[in-house]
Write a protein that binds this ligand. Structure first.
Ligand SMILES: [Fe+2]
Ligand SMILES: [Fe+2]
Length: 189
């Protein structure tokens, strides 16, 4: 396989970095495939619920679709828990980061904050504050995040719901991840 000449990044020349850019472009093209693979892996995660995390994700996306949400929002609903596997304590941040280069600031915020907003439904049962979301009252995306949780997320643990199959969402995932990524995101600005 063609490789760079350097062993330390500081020694790389233009030719090396052009080669890496070629490999990276190809790799970025495969992002949607890898995201779908990780999503499928949620089929075996986290016990205790009546349905798997994958079924929950599909159910959340199905509700968004049936409520005629836009495609970006449907894909965000599908992937909102994708961080669960490797970051169960702060999964919302991981899910949001995966989407960030390809979605609006609003969609990113909703996914990033959904875990905190969702805690409204259970924190009091653990003797904790269920109203943590109140600190964001007045934020332009507060209502949207509240609705995301109340209408699509918190109620999507139902084994009897007629869930739309994953194959119907896959073309949507490809379309979102094919978008021109936001430059400020990939530059880390
Ligand atoms: Fe979540
Ligand atoms: Fe969820």
């Amino acid at each position: 396989m063609e490789t760079v000449k350097f062993k330390e990044m500081k020694d790389g020349d233009k030719e090396d970095y052009e080669l890496l850019a070629k490999f990276e472009d190809k790799y970025i093209e495969g992002t949607a495939d890898r995201v779908i693979r990780i999503l499928k892996g949620l089929d075996s995660s986290l016990g205790g619920y009546q349905i798997s995390r994958l079924e929950h994700s599909l159910q959340t996306a199905s509700r968004a679709l049936r409520d005629k949400a836009d495609e970006e929002t449907i894909v965000a609903a599908l992937l909102h828990d994708i961080g669960d596997e490797i970051a169960p304590l702060n999964h919302s941040e991981i899910s949001a980061a995966v989407l960030k280069p390809f979605v609006s600031e609003k969609t990113h915020w909703i996914v990033q904050k959904h875990g905190l907003f969702q805690s409204y439904y259970y924190n009091h049962h653990y003797g904790q504050d269920r109203n943590l979301r109140n600190k964001f009252k007045g934020h332009p995306f507060y209502e949207d995040t509240l609705n995301f949780c109340s209408k699509w997320d918190q109620n999507s643990f139902d084994p009897n719901y007629e869930t739309i199959p994953l194959k119907d969402f896959i073309p949507m995932v490809y379309r979102i991840f094919k978008r021109e990524p936001h430059k400020h995101v990939y530059l880390g600005l």
